[in-house]
Design a binder for this molecule. Structure first.
Ligand code: MCN
Ligand code: CUN
Length: 799
């Protein structure tokens, strides 16, 4: 069979807006990716973890003697051993601290209790199974509301009696922090005066990113040189290096973090997990490389949970549908440790974007985070750090209001959108939206789906007793974590670096501090540089993920790569172009002011035939320079964006519901996104398809659930469902382009928009289909069983 080599054919200069195939796919589709588990180092041993069967229990004794008898088992460590190294607890990115291995008690089912090191993976697993742990069960709190009760069991004994936490005063023993924004007084007064007032409780259930590749780490301490190399599935290698250095006191230049190819991150690979720490500690102590890689169950039960937001919203409006005020109270279930990766200034993440696309003059939001007997939560899943919850809240609320007003939900939105003339728009909760044309984006979506005809069809179907619904979500995202004045990780300011080196023969290597996990940076960064420098896109290699070579950067999450590193690429390339221009003038034997950059070459003004290409300039940069000029053509550019970017979109979903079974079929889904200038339309399309599919899964299929004893009910893929091609709808996508005025190429992030924006569209569609039966809200996941119950309660006949 002939190999498809179209990806390897010369592409020439392919700048912004070109739908070229992903450069990285050539290696992925040929099985030549280099993922963590592909890495095998000489003398490497393996680690497995012992997990707690209880959600809350005292540890009376840990006996490793049987484990140590298993052939190949080299060592077993517990919290006590880590304490000797000062590593039994580690700081979390959210300002809390977290046990590495259970210290005296366990706080959630599957919590890591001991680490076993062995010559083979199998021996490590056998060793872990043979460790005997004696537990004394304690009362369990799973419901976050119960965790706030005065008689609730105290989970974090280390904090007992602490009246102040990382982010202010604590209200009760399971309280983490309360964060609020906006004026409560003004919002309440306005609500009282409002002609219409709606209230709604809604839950965004706990979910999990479940990337194809689970998390893993190889610690490789070289006892001869004192140099520690860490291969880690991480979305933020530099931040990890700095934190590792601060925690272990190993000088940062003696730590190299390599994040190899990553099989999906989706936020799951942002936090620091106990397994990482134990693999590194094992290597330091044993002097050999130690590999740890999760099983699927470990991934689903112990790492990176998201959502679990329990929200109460109040929204005021005039009788003719102008919104007046928004007030939100949220109880956030963060599990046993506050491990969220929220920047310190915003403990509730970017939830304060909850006024959405609408011109609210008054707003107030309060988020209270509590501990429960669940794995650390509040972490990321394609969320822009709580924007998913905020967007769901406001988009669902607008539909509840439309229902109350008996107004069309599209009309209600059009009436309340922030207008193009209002940008830069200061929101009531403190953001400055950069740009957008919400009305246009919605109108494109309405037109594309044929909204008016669908409403007619719906009325006809309703008359016949058939169930059809149309759901709209016109969300505003906030992405790009930077600028450094507002954001830091444990004090490390958030900006991003790009290094560009142009070689004499006109090829280049480009490096960034971001780390893609499937997003296509090897292609899009090359396209930005190709656009700015006029170099062939396939002659630009992009490298990320090795802290020894990449410039410092804060990593890839919060759809920040394009807003930050993308900006650094463009500005770095422009800086190179300034020098190149001087060389071009020298080659063309004219003054610099006579040269202009036109059509991706340097041209003598007014003499179109007289020009030099960047390839020629690159060669001259090493061979034929103007007198006194430093040789070479390269730069490192650190870009600290002035603001975040605010992508938006208008999504419309059409569903048909089977009266008998409660099955919901998504008939159509139109997604119009606006992420400003598009670098690669094919990649953006892929991002949108993936995100819409994940949103679909959350809306209809997924929930990380627990029973009252804290038993995890979603620990594998038969209980936590992933959508396949069979249930996934056909997506209809489109774009409007409102460039970001402050971004060097006008681009906004897009990676999370579809997961942020789509859940409300699905739920709104289902509720719309059932609204005439008195249904106002259904919490996700909207399973067949839930809909079936609603239908039977409403007295709907099955046939
Ligand atoms: N892009 C573009 N034009 C734009 C915006 C983006 O061509 N106007 C391109 C970018 O250059 C990049 C991709 O689209 O190649 C996504 O860009 P961006 O929105 O900047 O997001 P990041 O690269 O920072 O990726 C992070 C984002 C997040 S936070 C999650 S979670 C998520 C997502 O990306 N995880 C993913 N998409 C994912 N896609 C895959 N395949 N795997 C994951 O783990
Ligand atoms: Cu919120 S998940 Mo992504 O930011 O890595």
């Amino acid at each position: 069979m002939a190999m498809d080599t179209s990806n390897l054919e010369p592409k020439g200069i392919q700048g912004l807006g070109k739908a070229i195939k992903r450069k990285e796919d050539a290696r992925f589709i040929q099985g030549r990716g280099n993922y963590l588990d592909d890495i095998k180092l000489p003398g490497m041993i393996y680690m497995a973890l012992v997990h707690s069967p209880y959600a809350h229990a005292k540890i009376l004794n840990i006996d490793a003697s049987e484990a140590l008898k298993i052939p190949g088992v080299k060592a077993v460590i517990t919290s006590k051993d880590l304490a000797a190294a000062g590593l039994s607890w580690i700081p979390t990115l959210a300002g809390d601290k977290q046990m590495v291995l259970a210290d005296g008690k366990v706080l959630y089912q599957y919590q890591e209790v001991a680490a076993v090191y062995a010559e083979t993976r199998q021996a490590a697993a056998d060793g872990a199974a043979a460790v005997q742990v004696e537990y004394e069960p304690l009362p369990v709190v799973v419901d976050p509301y119960k965790a706030t009760a005065p008689d609730a069991p105290v989970l974090r004994e280390d904090l007992k009696g602490h009246m102040t936490g990382a982010h202010g005063p604590r209200r009760h023993d399971n309280h983490i922090w309360t964060w609020d924004v906006g004026s409560k007084d003004e919002a309440e007064k306005t609500l009282e005066k409002s002609e219409i007032r709606i209230k709604q409780h809604m839950v965004y259930p706990r979910s999990h990113p479940a990337p194809l590749e689970p998390c893993g780490c190889i610690g490789d301490m070289n006892p001869a040189t004192g140099r520690l190399t860490v291969y880690m599935t991480t979305q933020a290698p530099h931040a990890i290096r700095t934190v590792l250095s601060l925690v272990t006191k190993i000088p940062e230049n003696n730590i190299r973090v390599i994040s190899p190819d990553i099989g999906g991150g989706f936020g799951n690979k942002v936090p620091v997990y106990p397994g990482y720490v134990c693999a590194i500690v094992g290597s330091i102590v044993l002097g050999v490389p130690v590999k740890w890689i999760e099983t699927r169950t470990e991934n689903l039960t112990t790492t990176g949970f998201a959502r679990d937001f329990h929200m109460d919203v109040e929204l005021g409006a005039t009788k003719d549908g102008k919104v007046t005020a928004l007030k939100v109270y949220t109880l956030a279930d963060h599990g046993a440790f506050d491990a969220a990766a929220d920047p310190s200034k915003y403990p509730a993440g970017l939830f304060s974007i909850c006024t959405g696309s609408y011109d609210f003059q008054k707003a107030y939001a309060e988020v209270e985070a509590v501990y429960t007997n669940k794995a650390p939560g509040g972490v990321a899943y394609r969320c822009s750090f709580r924007v998913t919850e905020a967007s769901y809240l406001i988009e669902r609320s607008m539909d509840v209001l439309a229902h109350e007003l008996k107004m069309d939900p599209a009309e209600l939105r059009l009436k309340n959108f922030i207008q193009p003339s209002q940008f830069p728009y200061p929101s009531a909760l403190g953001w400055t939206y950069d740009s957008g044309d919400y009305e246009k984006t919605l109108k494109v979506a309405l037109e594309r789906i044929g909204y008016a005809e669908l409403r007619k069809e719906q009325a006809e179907k309703r008359a016949k007793g058939e169930l059809m619904g149309i759901g709209i979500s016109t969300f505003t995202e906030i992405v790009g974590a930077g600028p450094s004045k507002d954001f830091d990780i444990l004090g490390i300011k958030m900006f991003d670096g790009a290094e560009i080196r142009v070689h004499p023969s006109g090829s280049a290597i480009v490096r960034a501090g971001t780390r893609h996990q499937g997003q296509g940076h090897e292609t899009t960064w090359a396209q930005i540089v190709s656009e700015e420098l006029g170099l062939d896109v396939d002659k630009i290699i992009v490298e990320e993920g090795d802290t020894d070579t990449a410039p410092y950067g804060l990593g890839t999450y919060a759809s920040r790569s394009t807003p930050t590193a993308g900006g650094a690429m463009a500005l770095g390339a422009r800086r190179i172009r300034e020098k190149a221009k001087k060389i071009a003038a020298h080659l063309l034997e004219v003054g610099e002011s006579d040269v202009e950059w036109a059509d991706k070459k340097f041209v003598v003004k007014g003499v179109p035939g007289k020009s030099v290409t960047m390839n020629e300039v690159a060669f001259a940069a090493y061979t034929n320079l103007p007198p006194g000029m430093e040789p070479g053509l390269e730069t490192t550019y650190y870009y600290d964006p002035p603001n975040l970017t605010f992508p938006n979109g208008a999504y419309i979903c059409v569903v048909d519901i089977d009266k008998g079974t409660g099955a919901v079929k998504v008939r159509r889904f139109v997604a119009i996104d606006d992420c400003g200038t598009i670098i690669n339309p094919m990649i953006v399309e892929g991002q949108v398809h993936g995100g819409l599919t994940e949103g679909f899964a959350m809306a209809f299929m997924q929930e990380i659930a627990f029973d009252e004893q804290g038993n995890h009910l979603s620990s594998n893929f038969t209980d936590y469902l992933l959508p396949t091609a069979l249930e996934t709808p056909k997506w209809e996508t489109g774009y409007t382009v409102t460039p970001s005025p402050h971004h060097p190429i006008g681009a906004k992030g897009v990676g999370e928009s579809p997961t942020v924006g789509s859940p409300a569209a699905y739920v709104n569609a289902v509720v719309d289909a059932l609204a005439h039966l008195g249904v106002r809200h259904i919490d996700m996941p909207i399973t067949r069983e839930k809909v079936w119950k609603v239908l039977r309660q409403a007295g709907v006949d099955s046939f």
